[in-house]
Design a protein around this ligand. Sequence first.
Ligand SMILES: [Zn+2]
Length: 324
Amino acid sequence: MSTATRWTSTHAGSTTAEHHRGVLLATALEYANRGWHVFPLTPGSKRPATPRHTATDCDHTDPWCRSGHTGWEQRATTNPDRITRAWTTAAYGVGIACGPSGLLVIDTDTPKPGTAAALPTSGEENLASLVAAHDGATLPATWTVTTPSGGVHRYYTSEHLTTPLGNTAGRLGALIDTRGTGGYVVAPPTVTDTGRYEVTADDQAAPLPAWLVKQLTPRPAAPVSPRELRPVTHRSAYLRAVLTSEARHVSEAAEGGRNHALFAAACCLGELIAGGSLTEADATGTLLDACAGHIAAGAFTEAEAFATVRSGFRRGAAKPRTAA
Ligand SMILES: [Zn+2]
């Protein structure tokens, strides 16, 4: 279905493709006015309209590429004349290049249809768990967009940061990506073949909270394994037995039951964390070590395991328990 067809069919009689192009242009100019660098997307898709080639395919005939390949991030602009020229020729979707715009966008997604949903697995739920797992953490109200697939984009400003943040996939949790330098978002009122991008909160973009900056700042490569870095704690025989037993339940779980075993073990250790018998770092380390084999086998990613562990801790926190 073409963009124009979709637009007119979803807005029966009230508008035309021409009007839609005007709205796209006006919105692109509005974004530029906020300092957000925009570039055109191929109508109906999420792909940049230019360049159509990659750096490896670049033959330097594109005027932008004469003295070296220039990608969408460099072509993105706040210049009203360039924006007007581009959006006068076609109903391009609006892409925002996050890096030059000083934006860090948190992108939560919904599970793909058909994914087994034994655990809370939407990006929104995982993000809520992440917030709950951080003392005093909040997600400030900010410019927010919903995507055709049911995803949510929260736009935060990153201009206050000394180190630019790049893109991440799953670092904050399963089905949570972030877009920064080297990344872009499809912005409203873009319409693709799958649907429309819509603003759901038109608050001013808020600065990225410090606790998230900390989570997203790349750590320098550790010279020793996390196991060696883990603090030595004095555990009672009972606590050692619980940790060993829960770790074994996880590491020995059969295919199909691994995620559940991890969640159950995290619930159990979460009760002990809530009771003050165990630190969260210690329990996380034990559980991630225990599922290292499953991660290596591709049962789930470390980020997914981490999200499951956090969900379990949260569940366990409702039933604090101490281990003498
Ligand atoms: Zn090029």
